[in-house]
Write a protein of this length. Structure first.
Lengths: 196, 182
């Protein structure tokens, strides 16, 4: 069925980070801990879902010449809503993600899916696409963050998993660690893809 | 020409709708955010100097600090104030509690966005506990001849906290000594 296909493609086949290589800026920035990755993933999924629905709904009344500014207005509005609601009701998460939330506006996954998918498909398929892509993005963030948090801080989701004698590799949670981890994971994904 | 005006007009309508929705949500969330911030500040203050009553005092430069008094005897138990200075990548805000002789009781980092894993460790109790009991003249990091051990790889963050706390403590002390006769 097409609905399930659109839903599941985000995880492996068209994974937004490892295969489409979209939205790398937030990916590199927030994956210092699994908690941040989850928060960013869900916030982006929510924005993606809302923007895909709206973009798909207004595709008939959107003049093609100004579609990009209109998509940006839609996306930026939802990002601001997420920012305000999170600051009001989830202050702890907002504290650690605060800097990255405005970055969702320019997250290429969201604009990319609006342009490549939602503007050409109906609302139902756009929802499937948004949920699949969003969760695929979240999953990828968690995988990268798992490596970085365990190596760099010796914890997973804030719980200590390495023996106390392990001296955390600071570089893993700094910017270079993000590039190195992402590089290795992409290589792994490509290797698996070629074996098939 | 008319076509382009029409495009601009359509975009204007989209923007107007979006701003209307945002304005509405802002009116819902802004009071909650303000209230939460105020409550957090009160909680931090009472954690620094427990069992005290706080009175707001306005300094001559317009900044605000708090006098902590014993609720029964009205004796001054100390002062709390906020110190802020630019660290490595953000303004680090510290709430400081001092006793009446201006020895630090404790500090809390209330807001920062320093490098994760390095400067961001300044919120850890192992770092802030070093400030307990220090007098104003001791508030320097080790590299500047003080007793506060800098965080590994985050000298700038550590130094900015020590300097901001020291400067603000001196300012509040002078303020109180001046007004002491009144």
């Amino acid at each position: 069925m097409r609905f399930t296909k659109e839903l599941s493609k985000g995880f492996i086949k068209d994974n937004p980070i490892f295969i489409l290589v979209l939205g790398l800026c937030p990916t590199l920035a927030v994956t210092t801990s699994v908690m941040n990755g989850l928060g960013m993933g869900f916030a982006a999924t929510f924005v993606l879902l809302c923007s895909n629905i709206i973009v798909s709904m207004i595709k008939k009344i959107t003049p093609p010449k100004i579609r990009i500014p209109i998509y940006i207005v839609v996306i930026a509005s939802f990002v601001t809503i997420v920012d305000m609601v999170m600051a009001a009701y989830l202050p702890a998460l907002h504290k650690s993600l605060g800097l990255f939330i405005p970055l969702i506006v320019v997250n290429c996954i969201i604009l990319g899916r609006a342009e490549a998918f939602a503007s050409k498909n109906n609302v139902l398929m756009s929802i499937a696409d948004a949920v699949g892509m969003g969760l695929g993005f979240t999953l990828s963030l968690v995988v990268i963050a798992t490596f970085r948090e365990i190596l760099g801080a010796g914890t997973w989701l804030g719980v200590r998993v390495t023996p106390l004698a392990y001296d955390p590799m600071l570089i893993a949670i700094l910017a270079p660690g993000a590039f190195i981890t992402l590089g290795f994971l992409m290589a792994l994904m490509n290797m698996l893809k070629e074996k098939k | 020409m008319r076509y382009y005006l029409k495009l601009g007009f359509i975009l204007l309508i989209f923007c107007a709708i979006a701003s209307g929705i945002l304005a509405y949500i802002n009116t819902l969330t802004a009071p909650v955010i303000a209230e939460r911030k105020a409550r957090e500040e009160i909680e931090t203050r009472s954690a620094l100097i427990p069992n005290a009553e706080f009175h707001e005092v306005q300094a001559s430069d317009g900044s605000i600090f708090f006098e902590a008094r014993d609720p029964k005897t009205q004796e001054i138990m100390g002062y709390t104030f906020n110190a802020a200075e630019l660290g490595y990548s953000s303004t680090v805000q510290t709430m400081v509690g001092v006793d009446p002789d201006f020895n630090v009781i404790d500090i809390r980092i209330v807001d920062q966005a320093e490098t994760p894993g390095l400067g961001a460790n300044c919120t850890a109790a192992t770092f802030t506990d070093q400030y307990k009991g220090l007098a104003i003249q001791d508030l320097y990091v080790d590299k500047d001849g003080g007793v506060i051990v800098s965080l590994a790889g985050a000298t700038i963050t550590s130094r900015c906290i020590a300097n901001s706390v020291r400067k603000k403590a001196i300012q509040v002390r002078d303020e109180i000594n001046q007004g002491g006769g009144e």
